[in-house]
Ligand binder design. Structure first.
Ligand code: FMN
Length: 301
C-alpha cells in the first residue's frame, strides 16, 4: 500500500496532517507521540512581527464545535527563527509554514525571511486575514486579490504554495481557480466558518471580538462540500479539513476529492487522533482493496 502524497515538489509520507493553529509548532505534541508518523505539520500562523492576539476569552464552546478568535497570536519571524526552527530541524515529517498578514507585504516578508530554511518544506497561505489596505475585507473573499497575492508569493519560492481557502464566500470554486491561476500548487479547505455566540444575561458577545471562527464537527459537511466542489474546479491537489473527529470523517474528505487531510479541533479532544485517523485510513484501504490515495478518487459520488 502506497500512502505517499505529492503536493507540489514535496512528497509527504502519508495524507494526514495537523491543522494550523491547533498544533502550535509541534513541540508540545512531540512529547505525546512520534511526530515522524505524521504526513505533515501545518504550523501556527506566522507574521513578520510578534502578535499578542485578541483579548480573552478567545475560545467558546458551541453545539458540536468551538468558536475562536485568537487574532493570529504568534512569536513573529525573529523569535520563530531563534526559538522554533531548532526543533523543526529535527523533524522527519514535512513542515508547512502557515503564513499570515494584514498586507501583501507582510506575507512577502515572512516568505523572504524563511525560504532559505531546509526544515520548511512548503507554505500554507492563510488568506482569511483582513486586508487593512482594502477596508479590512479578507484577502480570500476577492478572486483578484487572491490571484495577485499568489502570483507575488509564487515568485519568491520554489517550495509548494498551498492557498488556504475561506468558506465565507458565495462560490469557493471561483477563489480556488484564482489561486490556481496565480500559481498555487495546492489549495486547502476549509478555514473556520463565521459564527457568533451571545451571552443573553450580559447581552454581549461571549468572545469580545464579536464574530469569530467556528470549527469542529459542526462544519464538517461544509468542508466536505467545499472539497467536492473545489476538487472538480481545479487540477491541483486539494487538502481537506474541517471537523475531522475520526477516520471515517477523513475518508469522507478523501472520497469527496481530497488528496490529503488535516486534523484540527479534534486534537483538543484526543491529541493522538491523527495516528488513529491514519490507521483507520489504512484499514479502509485494505478492506476496499485500494493501493494508493488516488484510488479514493475513482468513485463517482
Ligand atoms: C484555536 C484555533 C486556531 C487557529 N489558527 C489558525 C491559524 O493560525 N491559521 C490558519 O490558517 N487557520 C487557523 N485555524 C483554522 C484551522 O486550521 C482549521 O482550518 C479549522 O479549525 C477547521 O478545521 P477543524 O474543524 O478540524 O478545526 C485555527 C483554528 C482554531 C480552532
Amino acid at each position: 500500500m502506497d500512502l505517499k502524497v505529492k503536493i507540489g515538489n514535496v512528497d509527504m509520507p502519508n495524507p494526514v496532517g495537523t491543522a494550523s493553529g491547533t498544533f502550535g509548532f509541534g513541540e508540545e505534541y512531540g512529547e505525546l507521540f512520534d511526530l515522524s508518523k505524521l504526513g505533515a505539520i501545518y504550523t501556527k500562523a506566522l507574521t513578520p512581527t510578534p502578535r499578542e492576539g485578541n483579548s480573552v476569552p478567545r475560545l467558546a464552546e458551541t453545539p458540536s464545535g468551538i468558536l475562536n478568535s485568537i487574532g493570529l497570536a504568534n512569536p513573529g519571524v525573529e523569535k520563530f527563527l531563534s526559538d522554533k526552527v531548532p526543533f523543526l530541524k529535527g523533524l522527519q515529517c514535512s513542515v508547512i509554514l502557515n503564513v499570515s498578514g494584514s498586507t501583501e507585504q507582510e506575507y512577502i516578508e515572512v516568505i523572504e525571511k524563511t525560504d532559505h530554511l531546509d526544515c520548511i518544506n512548503g507554505y500554507e497561505i492563510n488568506i482569511s486575514c483582513p486586508n487593512v489596505k482594502h477596508g479590512g475585507l479578507a484577502f480570500g473573499t476577492d478572486p483578484k486579490q487572491v490571484e495577485n497575492l499568489t502570483k507575488k508569493l509564487r515568485r519568491l519560492s520554489q517550495k509548494p504554495l498551498i492557498v488556504k481557502l475561506t468558506p465565507n464566500v458565495t462560490d469557493i470554486s471561483v477563489i480556488a481557480k484564482a489561486a490556481e491561476s496565480g500559481g498555487a500548487d495546492s489549495v486547502s479547505c476549509i478555514n473556520t466558518v463565521r459564527g457568533m455566540l451571545i451571552d443573553t444575561k450580559k447581552k454581549k458577545s461571549v468572545i469580545p471580538a464579536g464574530i469569530a471562527g467556528l470549527s469542529g464537527p459542526a462544519i464538517r459537511p461544509i468542508g466536505v462540500a467545499a472539497v467536492y466542489t473545489v476538487s472538480r474546479a481545479v487540477s491541483v491537489p486539494v487538502i481537506g479539513l474541517g471537523g475531522i473527529m475520526c477516520a471515517d470523517d477523513a475518508i469522507q474528505y478523501l472520497l469527496a476529492g481530497a488528496s490529503a487531510i488535516q486534523v484540527g479541533t479534534g486534537l483538543f479532544v484526543d491529541p493522538l487522533l491523527p495516528l488513529k485517523v491514519l490507521d483507520g485510513i489504512k484499514e479502509y484501504m485494505e478492506e476496499n482493496k485500494m493501493n494508493k490515495i488516488s484510488d479514493f478518487h475513482s468513485f463517482i459520488i
